[in-house]
Design a binder for this molecule. Sequence first.
Ligand SMILES: C[S@@+](CC[C@H](N)C(=O)[O-])C[C@H]1O[C@@H](n2cnc3c(N)ncnc32)[C@H](O)[C@@H]1O
Length: 625
Amino acid sequence: MCLVNVLGGTIASVLPLDPKHSEDARAKLRTDCILRFPVTGSCSFFAAQSPCYSLCWWLQLRENHEANLALFSEVIFCCAAVMDTDEECSIVLELSETDPFFDKKKKLLQSKGFSPKERIYLRSSSKPGWMSATVEVLLQIARIIQLNELELYFAEDDVSVELYSPRNELEALNSIVLLTDISLSSCTHLQTNILLGLRQTILDLISNFGDKYSVKGVVEKNHRCDQEERLIEWGESNGVMTQLKIAYIEEAGRGAIARKDLKVGDIALEIPVSIIISEELVHETDMYDVLKEMDGMSSETILLLWSMKEKYNFDSKFKIYFDTLPEKFNTGLSFSIEAITMLDGTLVLEEIMQARQHLHAQYDELFPVLCNNFPDIFPPELYTWEKFLWACELWYSNSMKIMYSDGKLRTCLIPIAGFLNHSLCPHIMHYGKVDPATNSLKFCLSRSCRSGEECCLSYGNFSSSHLITFYGFLPQGDNPYDVIPLDIDGSDVDSTEDMPVSNWTTHMIRGTWFSKNHSTFSYGLPSPLLDHLRRSRSPLLQTKTFLQGNLENELEVLENLKYIFDDMMDNMDEIDHDNSWDEKLAMDFKYLQRRIAYSVSTSCHTGMDKLKNELCKCMAEDVEG
Ligand SMILES: C[S@@+](CC[C@H](N)C(=O)[O-])C[C@H]1O[C@@H](n2cnc3c(N)ncnc32)[C@H](O)[C@@H]1O
């Protein structure tokens, strides 16, 4: 018997995923990330489901803007342009054996006719279309190599995929640009022409991709940004170099606008380490002397407490920065009871409730003890619950994790960079590592940005539930990370040699509109989930055949799934008051979750109809036979 529970629902029906698995996986991913893997979001699938609370309590509630290290550190897949003859060269794309998902990616590559190490020849040919055909092959391989765990879960092996996610597409395209740049440094004249041609083709693809998939922020022209301009002037007098100016963007507060056309590889913003707010700053304060003696006090907590006081320090070096911060952050953490009540039946309800409870517990642990014992250092009027919540929201929504030249990851506030908004199709993807040569943080473009266009970052591969809770917004466009995790009982499914079970230990579902394959046995649903459900119902059946027993099994799988998602929709009653910012966000999220559940239910329904037809044909053949 296989039980499926949707994580979410009402609070009472929530079953947590196995926390051990999540933690192990997170730890593994983190290690990989720091050493050689792009951090963006690989962890967020787990983070969104299983917040863990420990020393670094407030930070771990949210994987804050992660260090985006990939293109700055080791190239994550072996790739080399090998020069063959004057007129011909080849590029080798190799999936690294140390990739945490090596086996799964290898299988996917093989299903598309590629091996983990492929040499692609670039021939300057008179045949029309040779370049686009070559680029398509390079891209197919690069996309698979660049998949993160969640994208891999939803990857389909029996269709030609044009897009796994905007993140994946931009990573794949940029990895080929990087590869051609490496090759261009050592090649002959003729090879240079071929490689430059390839490079330009990829740059054009990046530009077209941005035009097609990005949702452009609309600048509100009648809003002044005097304070923000003062901050930029202050930054520039302290060594900041920027190609961006600040403006108000509809529904997103302030944002950064390109002052001129910016190309892939251009540095949009460069911030010297000297104006980054990190733990070193606090070391110089008397507050640090008190806090460092306390057990379990993390540097993030110390920074948070420091920022509560520094905001009111007229002599602060960062006064101009603090003056530009909003008085209210409007994240899920400050949702009203009315808005929270409206979230009943949704995934975000649990996330917000857990986070709030946790923050309250942490506040109670620190206060009023600190104020009573050290009133000069912790004046009670600055350490109220409201001010504490403000600081938590500041650090959740504005901090970034940065790797310094000493190899240490630090959680930082970065003046000016804090104006960059998030996009599902970002211009800047890698910004997390201090350049030791300049001792500065560089925000380089992974896709071009036209003069006057808003320039956006990726905060990480977060679900909308996570973005609402910790950032207070729902991104525009289809978010591929909006998954509904499923807690499936019955994971000990036996495998036989010819029918191996896919070794995914957690399962999930997302809007079936993301899928290209709605045929029988696929239905737009993730194959690891379907395989698991099939095997747990009937381990010995030869699946994906049109035999009666198998079709009946298949039908039951879809019936069960449909039942769960119909139930989810029934539990999300439609309430219609969207007066305040939080009630509007709650309604928008509810609509999103309903849309996902509806798409799953509809796909199941369509699949069931197809299966019933097949069953009828099967039975008719039996009768005739
Ligand atoms: C790092 S700040 C970016 C600057 C911010 N807009 C401001 O005015 O200070 C992060 C906050 O910006 C807003 N934000 C970022 N990306 C957004 C987006 N795509 N849509 C709407 N709001 C966004 C959210 O309020 C989020 O908490």
